[in-house]
Design a protein around this ligand. Structure first.
Ligand code: HEC
Length: 149
């Protein structure tokens, strides 16, 4: 009877170690995730530097950034990174030698785009006024000269 009662309490010693190692791995995983969320990736840092450089050299253009942040743009675009659409720095680099880049992009923002970068469609933004789209385009184009190394 005595033996039978003791049975369930007995656990092989290795099981304790497996549980401890498992918990350590989970904690390390969470720390890794947390650190990434706080520090961000290096690409996020580069993007932040690029944006900060524009703010420093072209503070007058920051209204365009505010408009972009207030719209749905960043759901599909990253500053540097490509998501659904091209990164904004990529766009700026591509059109930097084009004289009418600002008005061209402003029109694209309002009317949408497809076929320039791939087959994904950028929807129209009829709620964005002409003046607002121009401000957005001016800020985007300012990113070209301010790309962080
Ligand atoms: C639903 C996703 C989506 C949203 C929202 C979106 N875009 Fe785009 N954007 C795209 C895609 C995809 C392309 C590439 C289109 C193409 O290949 O012609 C693009 C292209 C662009 C281009 C380059 C156009 C060209 O002719 O090269 C600009 C500038 C741009 N977007 C700005 C914006 C701005 C500003 C906003 C917010 C008002 C915005 N986008 C919102 C997906 C999006």
């Amino acid at each position: 009877m005595q033996d039978y009662d003791d049975e369930p309490v007995q656990r092989p010693r290795w099981l304790g170690w497996v549980i401890i190692i498992g918990m350590i791995l989970v904690v390390l995983g969470l720390l890794n995730l947390g650190a990434r969320m706080i520090i961000g990736t290096s690409s996020d840092q580069a993007a932040a530097q690029t944006v900060a450089a524009v703010a420093e050299h072209n503070p007058a253009l920051m209204g365009g950034k505010t408009l972009i942040d207030g719209s749905d743009c960043m759901r599909c675009h990253g500053v540097e990174r490509k998501f659904v659409g091209p990164g904004l720095v990529e766009i700026a680099e591509r059109y930097k030698d084009r004289a009418d880049a600002q008005t061209y992009l402003a029109q694209k923002i309002r009317e949408g785009s497809v076929g320039e970068w791939g087959r994904t469609i950028m929807p129209r933004h009829p709620q964005v006024t002409e003046a607002q789209s121009l401000e957005m385009a001016q800020w985007i184009m300012a990113l070209a000269g301010s790309k962080a190394p």
